[in-house]
Design a protein around this ligand. Sequence first.
Ligand code: 5GP
Ligand code: ZN
Length: 114
Amino acid sequence: MANDCLFCKIAAGEIPSTKVYEDEHILAFRDINPVAPVHVLVIPKQHLDSIDDFRPEHDELLSKLFAAVHAVARETGVAETGYRVVTNVGRDAGQQVFHIHLHVLGGRTLGPVA
Ligand code: 5GP
Ligand code: ZN
């Protein structure tokens, strides 16, 4: 676990979250401040700062992350209606939590990407 990382603490169960999906490597939970009816964060339990840290040795983890997105879309009902997957990297993207997370957004018509 990275020191003082909020999402490592959530992954370890030290801070409560509303779980949508969990397996050995991945956790998905509801965003505390949702911007859409469905707003779920999908994280690897392993700490990496952002997707910019992905390297070839993380290929399997990357694939598991997207398999979890697929599961979350079905669990939350947006697989039929559509959804958006967003991940922020660094300052200009407004990244607030430096533990990789994919935002899964849906349940309403979403506007332009940026
Ligand atoms: P970022 O801006 O880094 O891409 O997104 C961070 C997200 O984490 C924000 O949407 C914010 O609402 C969410 N968030 C911050 N703290 C917590 C928390 O303690 N619990 C949950 N479930 N979400 C959080
Ligand atoms: Zn972390």
